[in-house]
Ligand binder design. Structure first.
Ligand SMILES: O=C1O[C@H](COP(=O)(O)O)[C@@H](O)[C@H](O)[C@H]1O
Length: 485
């Protein structure tokens, strides 16, 4: 699952003030239970304006700066004190005024000098500094907040579209020789280091960024839009102004409402999901499942954390011991389900794609649940027929999250595989409201319509539909109970 929360502010000025307020609040909050904190600063217009806004805020003195370490996501490779350096700009905007910030807590990327003559040398030295604060197994500290600006081309830090540096792994920092944006020589964190971040905040303002914002939020390949790969392990937050969202979120308003709140529907729903996620915290295994699916290039169509928790609670609610899933994908929903089962419980999950099945299987091994999950590869219609022919023990709960065209056939087959009173949950049946359009050209919409029509006339099922909004947009679940025999 690659969830990005998006908050839209009316303009760049309000955005910079909001980033400042949000960062100060986050630092204060984190300092109540974690020390030290590691924050990655960004250069760029809004990034520096945000630092200046922090400098003006009375709250800045509420932060214990002695417990904050500052790093940079990228640096322009010029001599120390040069006006182009992100460090120089950050010092002028804020750092020089922070008397309580120890000099040793500031970790700039080494500047061009006789001792550090190349971007590669600076990157190597910067990587060594990062390693000093890295936990075992990581190349860099687990940054609490990593701030990024983003260029109109979708670059973050100094990772530019189409450049080899985007795919460099195994090191924390990389030298850049041919930046399309001046100056050409730079140093950048790599994605390996960026993804050590607990939270990544991408800040973007202006209509010239709108295409890149839309592309990143759509999850386009990082080679094309590096900002799409800027992800935190706990949260990825996009803080943008209205102009930068005009190409984003199809179906959403082109601009934010004129009110100060300025959150468009999809964005607002995602933020609400994020707030409620305290009820559905994802542990390392779930985060790993989401990350592995993303790294393997699987489609970003898994359930959200809150939806996964819903499946978990439903499985517990019906006292499920045996669960059938149609559509494993990367195993994210499977993990939520298997964790609801007793020690002798089992999930049988069906997946048509051998590659998806491989990714999911590896995830189950790492999560330690492979002994409770059977991944059956092949077209679900055939596998369901085989399960029936094998006379498998009936299932207590079924989650159907496979292709919508065949829904009616799947649910018909499932009717013969479950116990009386079993619960069947079918995902994505509202489809942004398109389901009410009898002439809709999308075969998935027609597949859902055929399924609903057939269930409505099938005495074996008692059913309802729950419309939902959230980080997955506007959709819904069908809930079916197998009638008692
Ligand atoms: O060169 C850089 O540009 C980006 C974005 O800057 P912006 O002025 O378009 O907001 C910035 O994030 C990066 O740190 C900087 O080196």
């Amino acid at each position: 699952m690659t969830r990005r929360d998006v908050v839209v502010h009316p303009d760049a000025t309000v955005l910079a003030e909001a980033v400042a307020a949000r960062l100060l609040t986050r630092l204060l909050d984190l300092q109540s239970h974690r020390n030290p904190l590691h924050v990655v600063l960004t250069g760029g217009t809004v990034g520096i304006a945000s630092l200046a806004a922090i400098g003006r805020s009375p709250l800045r003195d509420a932060v214990d700066w002695s417990g904050v370490h500052l790093w940079w996501g990228d640096e322009r490779f010029v001599p120390e004190g040069h006006a182009d350096r992100n460090e120089t700009q950050a010092r002028e905007a804020l750092l020089d005024a922070l008397d309580a910030l120890p000099a040793d807590n500031v970790h700039p990327v080494p500047a061009l000098s006789a001792d550090v003559p190349t971007p590669d040398a600076a990157a190597a030295a910067y990587a060594r500094s990062l390693a000093e604060f890295a936990p075992p197994g990581l190349l860099a500290p687990r940054f609490d907040v990593t701030l990024f600006g983003m260029g109109p081309d979708g670059h973050v830090a100094s990772l530019f579209p189409g450049h080899d540096t985007v795919s460099v792994t195994g090191v924390a920092a990389v030298g850049v020789e041919d930046s399309p944006k001046p100056p050409p020589q730079r140093v950048s964190l790599t994605f390996d280091a960026i993804r050590a971040s607990r939270e990544v905040w991408v800040v973007a303002a202006g209509a010239e960024k709108a295409r890149a914002v839309a592309s990143a939020l759509a999850g386009d390949p990082v080679e094309q839009t590096p900002a799409a790969g800027a992800l935190g392990t706990e949260r990825t937050l996009w803080l943008v102004d209205a102009a930068a969202t005009q190409d984003a979120a199809p179906g959403a308003p082109a601009t934010a409402p004129a009110s100060g709140e300025g959150v468009d529907p999809v964005v607002g729903w995602a933020s609400v999901d994020a707030w409620f996620e305290r009820l559905a915290p994802q542990d390392v295994g779930l985060l790993d499942a989401a990350r592995s699916a993303q790294d393997a290039g699987l489609p970003d169509i898994a359930v959200s954390a809150l939806q996964g928790k819903l499946l978990h609670l439903l499985a517990q609610g019906v006292g499920a011991r045996r669960v059938l899933e149609l559509g494993t994908l990367g195993g994210y929903s499977t993990l939520w389900l298997v964790r609801a089962l007793p020690a002798d419980g089992r999930v049988v999950t069906l997946e048509i794609s051998p590659e998806h099945a491989r990714v999911a299987t590896e995830t189950f091994v790492r999560a330690g649940v492979d002994g409770q999950v059977d991944v059956l590869v092949g077209p679900a219609t055939q596998t369901l027929a085989q399960l029936a022919a094998d006379g498998v023990e009936p299932f207590d709960l079924v989650f159907v999250d496979a292709d919508k065209q065949s829904l009616a056939a799947y649910v018909d087959a499932v009717a013969g595989l479950v116990r009386p009173g079993a619960l069947v949950v079918v995902d994505n049946v509202v489809r942004g409201g398109a389901v009410v359009d009898a002439h809709h050209p999308d075969e998935r919409v027609q597949g859902v319509r055929r399924f609903v029509e057939s269930v409505a006339q099938d005495a074996r099922w008692d059913a309802t539909v729950l419309q939902t909004v959230g980080s997955k947009g506007y959709d819904g679940f069908a809930l079916l109970r197998r009638a008692d025999a």
